[in-house]
Design a protein around this ligand. Structure first.
Ligand code: ADP
Ligand code: MG
Ligand code: MG
Length: 875
């Protein structure tokens, strides 16, 4: 029989897959002697068994749970359902990977009309007992019976108004009793059942509800956004209660062992007196900073907490996010986990921990999520612009960054506008897990309520989104879709700007500027460079992009596309002329005029890159992409070229293809019109000669021929390019090293790579096309169904984002092996979108490619990911 339940004394931190993160860490804290209320964990395996068993716990699991409950009764000396000394528990979900705010918790379970009286007597605190009871009914109604929260909130507000209470701590016993009656009516009305009095029934219903919550909509969305597998399941923790709502010497709080926004080495947290559970994060009252605990009970709790925080950080060797409660001056720990942090904080903490001798450089590198670095590479507000800006208000700097966008007051509308390409700012009184999608799609998030650990703040930091929280000056009317602050009124669709570093909110759009890449960031990058084997190149077509990439640490260009160069206003007419030419002579005439432009492009790129390697890809797209598409444009071109409209129109129609992606493009163009590649090759070599001479550099261009599927194609075109290059060098009486290679992007080329390699100095895997052709998916149409493929778990990832290791990866492996069999020193790289994706980079390391090439802003991500790939491989 499988063991489905473990007491906290039986577990430890390495049992996360079975006990979930929360359960494993509760057990670990117990193990190292910290004050943790007793309890037990129902495993993730039990959750999966529950689903396999058609959402039934089954009698075996139930009796196992009750055995552990009995054990808990013995250890605590309290009895479940007893009036004299009732045992109360919390039922807490705990997934393997922490999912903040996604799953649900029930507190004070075990209370009913009888036990509440016992509790009141036992504690001599009637108010506390009934406060706990009303909280329990509300949470049970919400989490277990799925009754909307506002039903309960409405009653709470109504009663508060009636007795003139401004805060929930002022509720009197009578008010609480009244409330409990009304809450029960809500349950009766909304769920059609009586509130269950029997504690064991309450427990089983709650356990089931936690299991069910694994598959609620917001949990599924969260897992999709964060790439968390759907089959892990959640554990359930049943833990005896301690009470932060027992009066003014009780309270509850959350704290990070270091500042999660900046990484500063100072405990950062918030607490509330006479409060329970999630009151702190829910933004019901404004919490106090943990520093103020110093003055409370002569610092007793503060000192004890600081000692424990240090101990936990030492033990886990990383920044911790801790939940605690104190009951009548006694401190208890309720949770610890690795703290989520901004990229800035992640980097500072990692560098500091190395300096403190707590972790190694390699561990530090592994601590940083490469994708999170994105946050740092994005601009901050330009200071001059900022000084001129119209400041509306100031809130808490909950998550750094700078964002401008149109105001939307609902997650749904914000997401909608964003999917239409608008930049949006989601503005809410406070956010809840239902807002995830709108938050994810927005540029930034602004809330009126809630602290630094509110839902909005925590989720935004995780997403790397700019967020200003708790901006109390704002009067938000979500219904009328307006925002009032001082005398200003901002309507939906108007622009505001958020500064997540200061908490300032501005009217209008503010310009941004690029950020500093030195300091701790520079240190991490330097450590990454010491470890990685893969070279990092960039995909860049302009000197400006090339320069950005070099600033980010690019070591070369892996893909310089030449087609973009022909779209400029001065060039497109000539390009069009070339395309519609009837004779080779006319085509050459047009190409001659393009030559100078093309040469200048390459001069600019070579200059920007110095002696770093540059791979230039010859013309790739189908020609009709350059042609005018409507009659008006055709007419203009016909007039310019002095030919009849109809003749030109026929030509355009003639060039139209049924399936351009598989049509007359890439090297096929040069097989039919060799003069195109001749012109380009001549321009590359001439530019290289010019820069070599003028700048005293040794430029060694790499010329890449796209879309080869058959070795013969490359044989012919290599000769063509080679002859042109030699001819050009001869005319300039010059010597210069150059390389000719190909892209591997057609499955046939991969499968016959040994033959192809005979004519190639290098291979560059064009994994966008290779993915498209391996799956037979059109890149431009796949968006219509890929999401559904992910939902149905056919794909774990979008294969255009993360390389499909099994299929496409197998072609890359085969081609690498065959290619190097033919030519030992064949240079191998990748230049598809995958070149900037950490998981794909891990694959490239494993296959032994020489470099990856990615867009300029991805270069630092790739540097770190390449280092991590080496570390993973060695472990
Ligand atoms: P989440 O996963 O959303 O953080 P938790 O299971 O941690 O949910 O529960 C939320 C809060 O409820 C905790 O931070 C803690 O304040 C409170 N809580 C949970 N269990 C207990 C308990 N046994 N005694 C007192 N408070 C508890
Ligand atoms: Mg919660
Ligand atoms: Mg928690």
């Amino acid at each position: 029989m499988t063991k489905f339940v473990y007491s906290f004394e039986e577990g430890n931190k390495d049992m996360k897959p079975l006990l979930g993160g929360k359960g494993a860490n509760l057990a670990e804290m117990k193990k190292i002697g910290l004050p943790v209320p007793l309890g037990f964990t129902i495993t993730t395996q039990a959750c999966n068994a529950y689903y396999e068993n058609n959402k039934n716990l089954g009698s075996e699991m139930e009796s196992e749970i009750f055995n552990f409950l009995e054990d808990l009764e013995k250890k605590t000396g309290k009895t479940f359902g007893s009036i004299e000394n009732p045992l109360l528990v919390s039922v807490r979900s705990g997934a393997v990977i922490s999912m903040p705010g996604m799953m649900d918790t029930v507190l004070n379970l075990g209370l009913n009309d009888d036990t509440v009286k016992g509790l009141a007597e036992l504690t001599n605190n009637e108010r506390f007992a009934y406060d706990s009871y009303r909280r329990f009914i509300q949470m049970f109604g919400d989490v277990v019976l799925h009754i909307p929260k506002y039903e309960f909130d409405r009653v709470l507000d109504e009663i508060k108004r009636k007795i003139n209470a401004s805060s929930d701590t002022e509720l009197t016993v009578d008010a609480l009793k009244d409330m409990i009656k009304k809450y029960k009516n809500i349950i009766k009305r909304q769920a059609g059942i009586n509130f269950p009095n029997e504690p064991k029934k309450q427990l089983l219903m709650s356990v089931r509800a936690v299991f069910d919550s694994w598959n609620n909509q917001r949990a599924i969305i969260y897992r999709n956004i964060n790439d968390i597998p759907h089959d892990l399941g959640t554990a359930v923790n049943v833990q005896s209660m301690v009470f932060g709502n027992m009066g003014e010497t009780s309270g509850t709080g959350v704290a990070f062992t270091r500042n999660p926004a900046t990484g500063e080495n100072k405990v950062f947290g918030e607490y509330l007196l006479n409060a329970q559970g999630e009151d702190v994060v829910a933004g019901i009252r404004t919490p106090q900073s943990i520093d103020q605990l110093k003055d409370f009970m002569s610092g007793k709790i503060y000192n004890q907490f600081m000692e424990i925080a240090a101990k936990l950080e030492m033990h886990y060797r990383d920044m911790q996010d801790i939940e605690f409660t104190f009951e009548k001056g006694n401190l208890y720990l309720l949770q610890t986990r690795t703290g989520k942090r901004t990229a800035t904080a992640a980097i500072k903490v990692a560098v500091d921990l190395v300096a403190e001798g707590k972790i190694t450089k390699e561990e530090a590198l592994m601590r940083i999520d490469p994708m999170q670095i994105n946050q740092l590479l994005h601009p901050v507000f330009d200071e001059d612009e900022l000084n001129k800006a119209n400041k509306l208000a100031k809130g808490l700097p909950a998550s750094p960054g700078a964002a401008s966008g149109k105001v939307y007051f609902s997650s749904e509308h914000s997401a909608q506008a964003a999917s239409n390409g608008e930049k949006t700012i989601l503005v809410r009184i406070e956010t809840s897990p239902e807002d995830i999608e709108g938050m994810n799609m927005s540029q930034g998030i602004l809330t009126a309520r809630g602290g630094m650990t509110s839902h909005a703040a925590v989720v935004a930091r995780g997403m790397g989104k700019c967020c200003v929280a708790g901006c109390g000056e704002l009067k938000i009317d979500e219904e009328r879709k307006i925002l009032k602050v001082n005398d200003e009124i901002i309507k939906e669709g108007e622009y505001i700007s958020l500064d997540g570093n200061t908490g300032n909110v501005y009217k209008g759009i503010i310009k941004t500027k690029a950020i500093e890449l030195s300091g701790n960031f520079g240190k991490i990058m330097q450590w990454a460079d010491e470890v990685r084997r893969l070279k990092i190149r960039t995909n860049a077509d302009t000197p400006r992009d090339a320069k950005t990439a070099v600033d980010f640490g690019a070591e070369g260009i892996g893909l310089c596309r030449t087609e973009h160069m022909f779209f400029a206003e001065a060039r497109i007419p000539i390009m069009r002329q070339m395309i519609v030419s009837d004779t080779k002579e006319d085509r050459i005439k047009a190409l001659d005029r393009l030559f100078d432009f093309q040469k200048e492009d390459f001069v600019g790129i070579f200059r920007a890159m110095g002696e770093r390697p540059v791979t230039i890809r010859l013309l790739d797209p189908p020609l009709h992409e350059f042609l005018p598409q409507n009659d008006d444009d055709i007419k203009v071109l016909a007039d310019n070229m002095n030919i009849a409209f109809q003749k030109l129109k026929d030509k355009v129609l003639d060039l139209k293809e049924f399936n351009p992606m598989l049509g007359h493009r890439g090297c096929r163009l040069a097989i039919t019109y060799p003069e195109i590649y001749q012109m380009q090759a001549k321009a590359v070599i001439t530019a290289a000669i010019e820069v070599s001479k003028q700048d005293g550099l040794n430029i060694k261009p790499e010329i890449m021929i796209p879309l080869v599927g058959h070795a013969k194609e490359l044989e012919i075109l290599r000769k063509l390019v080679d002859d042109t290059a030699k001819q050009t060098l001869k005319e300039n009486s010059c010597e210069l090293q150059y390389y000719i290679g190909t892209m591997i992007e057609i499955p046939r080329a991969a499968l016959t790579a040994d033959e192809v390699a005979r004519y190639a100095d290098f291979f560059s895997f064009g994994t966008n096309d290779l993915t498209q052709m391996t799956f037979g998916f059109s890149r431009d149409d796949a968006g219509k169904f890929i999401d559904e493929y992910k939902n149905k778990e056919i794909f774990e990832n979008d294969p255009f984002t993360t390389i499909d290791v099994k299929g496409v990866g197998s072609l890359v492996r085969t081609a690498s092996k065959l290619g190097r069999l033919e030519k030992e020193n064949l240079k191998l790289g990748i230049c598809g979108e995958h070149g900037g994706d950490p998981k794909s980079i891990e694959f490239c390391e494993e296959v032994g490619l020489d470099y990856v090439s990615c867009s300029p802003y991805r270069v630092p991500i790739a540097r770190l990911a390449a280092a991590q790939a080496v570390i993973k491989k060695n472990n």
